[in-house]
Design a protein around this ligand. Structure first.
Ligand code: DER
Length: 235
């Protein structure tokens, strides 16, 4: 019995059994939907041994419930066998930028609790260096009362940032599932493992930063959907 995550985390029999053939779609969390659908299908038709699915967001919770999979929470299952999630960009070492959908805090908590973290994404996300294809900055979740001081600190580090807004769905800033704000941060060099790790550590050290969307050295596998519908398995 294992645990898996897809913007969700679940217990499953064998992650290598999961072949996901998905269309190319963009947006926030759209790719992992195909993964959940396939898991739900196999859960029903093959009695796949999924004990618990742990969501990474409100949206993932809805997805699990709609798919008829067993919903659970991280505190009840702190050790996860496999986590599946999408990404906004993936570099050759499988470092990722996540948080386009603003849920990277919970996504990282779930991924960090997983023995295996698997990315499912389309070929547009496969990149030689982070920041090349995803040009909207590194999503950084921050404590609301400190967002200006954090922006100032980022400036002293020669970076730039923008407060993510909720429009058109909401006036004012986008608010995360944990009640925080998001800064989209532009730092100069994200090429290579050291640069990514260093940037992640520097940002994390700023008081008031809750979590960054840099997932460094966390993913062990990536299933990359190709234009012709096939999936490339990158390890
Ligand atoms: O929000 C995120 O962290 C995800 O990486 C998400 O942006 C991926 O979404 P997509 O599969 O719809 O591109």
């Amino acid at each position: 019995t294992q645990i898996i995550g897809i913007g969700i985390i679940m217990y499953l029999q064998n992650p290598s059994d999961i072949t996901v053939k998905f269309n190319v779609k963009k947006g926030s969390g759209s790719t992992v939907i195909f993964c959940v659908e396939r898991l739900a299908q196999r859960f029903k038709s093959e009695s796949l041994n999924i004990r618990a699915c742990i969501p990474t967001s409100f949206q993932a919770t809805q997805l699990i419930l709609e798919a008829g999979l067993p919903l659970a929470e991280l505190n009840a299952h702190p050790v996860i066998d496999v986590a599946f999630d999408g990404a906004d960009e993936i570099d050759p070492s499988l470092n990722c930028i996540k948080g386009g959908g603003g849920c990277h805090l919970q996504e990282k908590l779930v991924a960090a609790a997983a023995k295996k973290f698997v990315i499912v994404a389309d070929y547009n996300k496969d990149s030689p260096a982070l920041g090349t294809k995803w040009t909207k900055g590194i999503p950084v979740e921050v404590i609301p009362m400190a967002y200006v001081t954090i922006q100032n600190k980022i400036k002293t580090l020669k970076g730039k940032s923008a407060l993510r807004m909720g429009a058109p769905a909401k006036a004012g800033p986008a608010v995360t599932d944990s009640g925080n704000l998001i800064l989209d941060v532009f730092m100069s060099n994200l090429k290579g493992d050291n640069a990514v790790l260093e940037t992640s550590q520097i940002l994390k050290m700023i008081p008031g930063v809750v979590e960054t969307g840099l997932f460094v050295g966390m993913a062990g596998w990536a299933y990359i959907g190709l234009e012709d519908g096939w999936v490339f398995n990158q390890i």
